[in-house]
Write a protein that binds this ligand. Structure first.
Ligand SMILES: [Fe+2]
Ligand SMILES: [Fe+2]
Length: 625
């Protein structure tokens, strides 16, 4: 980064600057002050004072706590010599200086910005106490932090000004030489205090670690160094994070031969939001990467994911049919072939997954389903679920997530259904494929399809968990996600009355009490009674919005269909229906939920009314809780 010296005369430094009257050096001449505070020829940049008058109260500090002041000087590391008659301010490119005071009992941290040309600045009301930290940052015109320095363990006494001496300002490491890591990162299972970082490269091994912090370009924490094996996913847990906080990170890659070592570009993520927050999440329908030149175009899929990533969602969700194994030959299928179905998605989901944790929903084409278990480790269901959980860090029940606690031989926890709260919304992902003993939809091994749809079930355990999750949540908004109503069939609310979803037999008579004696209500009625805001599903390859009994049924478009088809139009007898292709963006605020259908097009297919990234349909819902 080019550093040039900005010179301001002594008079400019002092003129119109009332805060200097509060400096400990009050009374000294201007020349004497500069002599006293200089840290070496050319090193003085700006003098700052942080603090206020004795007994001044700070807004978030207890009312009876006295306050003091901190003074410091910033050394920007400028190399050129500077006469004492002039003062070097921040380097060119630094537009303003941000001072942050943090420490026990200071919540949120005290923060104030000053024009870089001012040379001085004051933050009022630093509470007296020990262990205060003063962070000074230089920011460019875009707001990016390009310099930073810190003074720690500062003791502030009421009515006193603590001089911390010189803070050395370091240039951002955003200008570092990047390494050659060409794999990808998919984040997963975010909580208030942790993030799982799933790293995968098909052909690069080496040593990796993550460097991270809350400030772009400055990484004051890092994980342990661990070995990355080519072709094997590596999950690194970052914990000890602060809730509702934006973190920046890089993956540092040490190549076996040295050449190519270095960091990736910087990525970012946000830890779990509390109630009262506004945030965005995005969700895609069936991507079907196995349907090349039919419903799948890789350039269009990448463009959809890039467009969604630009929304900076807190997380990204899929709705199933993203890892279809059922085109593989049942007679010759291998674990490696199943794993490959999961690795081919990594470069795509890595486009958004390096900044937005990815949640998976199970689909009928995944064949991650109980009916395929055979008591051995060598079957499609075991291979699929293990590939799923190793390459995509899905949630297991813990203090943040609830979910499936059943242990399956050769797999362990399935991580197939789970729930969490983020901001003012409850998120519930459900799955019939692992809970039904029969094949829910299309049989992989040529076996017969189930004949009785009452045999398709989410199971007693999942039902009771779903009921508890919905009933106990106090969230203003509740979202339920499944690949499809009952995991099979076509349509949205058209199916909401049937079988365990709605309680009726296909002829309209009630079959619920006879077939689900342990359930208090069918799933749809349970959702309606608990004021579920939106039920999201995929499977039908159409974007459709419907509503029944106060519950919105939102069917999702495909993200990569180059023919922009309106599939299964006949199955949807009502509602707002739009064709492929695109993704759905949901913005949740304390007062409402806004849903946007964002269309995406290949560049060659754009034109009037066909602008990639434009919103084709939008609606808002208020809380009914
Ligand atoms: Fe599908
Ligand atoms: Fe499907």
């Amino acid at each position: 980064m080019a550093r040039s010296q900005k010179v301001t005369s002594m008079n400019n430094l002092y003129d119109n600057d009332k805060s200097l009257a509060e400096l400990p050096e009050k009374g000294v001449t201007r020349r004497e002050f500069l002599k006293k505070t200089a840290v070496g020829a050319g090193a003085v940049a700006a003098t700052i004072i942080v603090g206020g008058c004795s007994s001044q109260k700070a807004g978030s500090i207890s009312a009876d706590q006295d306050t003091g002041a901190i003074s410091a000087r910033l050394d920007w590391g400028l190399a050129s010599k500077s006469a004492l008659k002039t003062v070097a301010l921040a380097p060119a490119g630094v537009t303003y200086v941000r001072l942050i005071v943090s420490g026990a009992g200071i919540s949120p941290a005290l923060q104030k910005d000053f024009p870089a040309t001012a040379g001085t600045g004051t933050i009022d009301g630093v509470p007296a106490g020990t262990g205060r930290t003063l962070t000074a940052q230089g920011l460019d015109a875009s707001g990016a932090v390009t310099y930073q320095g810190t003074a720690a363990n500062i003791t502030v006494q009421a009515g006193q000004t603590t001089n911390t001496g010189t803070i050395t300002m370091a240039a951002s490491s955003n200008s570092v030489q990047l390494g050659s890591f060409s794999g990808n990162i998919v984040l997963g299972s975010p909580t208030k205090s942790s993030m799982k970082v799933n790293i995968f490269s098909p052909d690069q091994g080496g040593i990796v670690y993550l460097a991270y912090s809350t400030t772009t370009g400055f990484y004051d924490k890092q994980t342990s160094k661990v070995a990355l094996v080519a072709g094997s996913p590596l999950e690194i847990m970052i914990d000890g994070l602060a809730a509702d906080t934006h973190y920046f990170y890089r993956l540092y890659y040490e190549a076996p031969v040295g050449a190519g070592s270095g960091p990736t570009v910087e990525y970012a993520f946000h830890t779990a939001r509390p109630a009262g927050s506004t945030f965005t999440f995005c969700i895609q329908g069936d991507s079907h990467p196995e349907r090349v030149n039919n419903q799948f175009n890789s350039d269009l899929y990448a463009r959809t994911l890039q467009t969604a990533a630009a929304d900076k969602p807190d997380f990204y969700m899929t709705i199933g049919d993203d890892f279809s194994v059922d085109q593989l030959n049942p007679a010759t299928i291998t674990a490696a072939q199943v794993i490959e179905r999961y690795t081919i998605q990594r470069p795509f989901l890595g486009i958004i997954g390096n900044c937005a944790p990815v949640f998976l929903e199970n689909g009928n084409h995944e064949q991650a389903a109980r009916y395929l278990l055979d008591g051995t480790p060598n079957n499609v269901a075991v291979w699929a679920q293990n590939a799923r959980n190793s390459l995509y860090s899905q949630p297991a029940p813990d203090g943040f997530y609830s979910g499936n606690t059943e242990q399956i031989n050769y797999i362990g926890l399935l991580r197939n259904y789970f729930a969490w709260t983020w901001g003012d919304a409850l998120f519930v992902v459900i799955d019939p494929y692992w809970e039904s003993s029969v094949c829910v939809d299309n049989p992989f091994n040529g076996g017969s399809k189930r004949s009785n749809l009452w045999d398709v079930t989410h199971g007693d355990a999942q039902y009771q968990w779903l009921k508890t999750s919905l009933e106990q949540s106090t969230a203003k908004f509740k979202f339920v996600f499944a690949h499809h109503v009952m995991g099979t069939g076509r349509g949205g609310i058209e199916l909401a009355t049937l079988y365990e979803w709605g309680g009726q037999n296909s002829n309209g008579t009630s079959g619920f009490s006879a077939n689900r004696p342990n359930w208090s209500a069918p799933i749809h009625q349970l959702m309606a009674a608990n004021k579920v805001t939106i039920f999201f599903q995929g499977h039908d390859h159409i974007w459709a919005r419907q509503q029944i009994d106060g519950v919105t049924y939102q069917t999702l478009s495909e993200p990569a269909d180059p023919f922009y088809t309106l599939y299964n139009n006949d199955a949807y007898l009502s509602g707002d229906k739009l064709p492929n292709t695109g993704y759905t963006r949901v913005t949740v605020s304390p007062s409402s939920v806004k849903v946007d259908y964002v269309r995406t097009y290949l560049p060659a297919d754009e034109g009037q009314g066909k602008v990639s990234g434009s919103v084709a349909f939008s609606y808002s819902l208020s809380s009914s809780v």
